[in-house]
Design a protein around this ligand. Structure first.
Ligand code: NDP
Length: 330
């Protein structure tokens, strides 16, 4: 049973030396617990933010096994809630095998491939749906702007926005990624934030201004996006990936001024806040996928040992769509 721990907490950019791979004893389930074999681990920008201190969950400390959201198969059950062979989703760690209290794992529906439970029907799709529909509340014909548009959450935000009849503009790093966002994901336009002149480029791509800005990155991009918002626009604060992996964070300098003048509503959310509406989200996403309005984009890295590189790469923007690590077969 291999396990990856956080050897040392980063105070700047995350590097391979911050992780250690070791053999751990095969865990044995106690009464009420299940033994789980890891199949897929979700690689999220949030993994890095947990290393910065307590967020909506406890901080990760040096020596801890790296926490993750995972899809697993039940191998042994000491609970009547679950049986061997069941596929479950759970908070877990970077390891081949883990034990978990059966009451804390969620049996998954029969959906194949399993990776769709991680991407479009998992946290990425649900975060995009709830953030856009329940927080941003766009109306057909409005303009939606979304950052990290080639990423997992951002890619679904744009495609949902199109399905709702909006004009959708993305922000992503590099001309090639921007072309992919338009050609493959069907956005109306996409602006490269690494090229100079972001404000002018956003003005040109959003001739009617921006009604909903779905912010995945924070920092300077948020500052520039605020400047192109329309009056009574909504800013959906989903994450701040530009601030997670740096020793020198930057924040928008035009707050709260622009919020006042433009009567903006800026609202943060955590996907779990809307768990009672997950069934609605799932039905809508399944319909859009079946109709071909949403393309499922997944970025699967093979092998537990490659998880640190997968996370470091995500923070550098080398993923297209939902990044996950395959630890074992479906
Ligand atoms: P993504 O798949 O979107 O990958 C992250 C992307 O962020 C990279 O591909 C990269 O794309 C971009 N990025 C990296 N560094 C920077 C930077 N310095 N400035 C701007 N963009 C950067 O990751 P996730 O889908 O996991 O996460 C997207 C966001 O959603 C995160 O902020 C995350 O914390 C948040 N989130 C929030 C949830 C909630 O409940 N509120 C739930 C899940 C995720 P590029 O090449 O374009 O720079």
């Amino acid at each position: 049973n291999r396990q990856i721990t956080v050897a040392d907490l980063p105070d700047g950019a995350l590097e391979p030396r911050h992780f250690a791979l070791a053999e751990a004893p095969m865990p044995e389930p106690a009464e009420g617990e299940v033994l789980l074999r890891t199949i897929l681990m979700s690689i999220d920008a949030a993994n890095r933010s947990w290393m910065q201190g307590a967020t909506y969950r406890d901080a990760v400390r040096a020596g801890d096994a790296m926490p993750t959201y995972a899809l697993c198969e039940v191998i042994e059950s000491r609970s009547d809630r679950l049986a061997p062979g069941d596929i479950v989703a759970t908070e877990s760690v970077w390891a081949d095998y883990v034990t978990r209290p059966a009451r804390l794992v969620l049996k998954q529906p029969e959906i194949r491939p399993l990776s769709h439970l991680m991407s479009v029907y998992g946290i990425a799709g649900k975060t995009a749906f709830h953030g856009l529909v329940n927080v941003g509340r766009p109306i057909a014909g409005e303009t939606i702007l979304v950052s990290a548009a080639a990423g997992s959450v951002g890619g679904y935000v744009g495609q949902i926005g199109k399905a709702l009849g909006c004009r959708v503009v993305g922000i992503a790093g590099g001309a090639e990624k921007c072309a992919w966002v338009v050609d493959h994901l069907g956005f109306d336009a996409c602006v490269d934030y690494r090229a100079p002149g972001l404000y002018k480029a956003l003005r040109a791509a959003c001739p009617n201004g921006v009604d909903v800005y779905f912010d995945n990155v924070g920092g300077e991009t948020l500052e520039t996006a605020l400047a192109v918002m329309n009056e009574r626009g909504r800013v959906v604060c989903c994450g701040a990936i530009s601030q997670y992996d740096t020793a020198t964070p930057t924040g928008p300098r035009n707050l709260p001024g622009l919020v006042v003048v433009k009567r903006l509503r800026m609202e943060g959310f955590i996907v779990m806040d809307f768990a009672d509406r997950d069934a609605t989200a799932l039905r809508a996403l399944q319909t859009w996928v079946a109709e071909g309005r949403i393309r499922v984009s997944e970025d699967i890295v093979e092998g537990l040992e490659n998880a640190p590189g997968a996370l470091i790469g995500l923070l550098a923007g080398d993923n297209r769509g939902k990044r996950m690590v395959r630890v074992g077969p479906d």
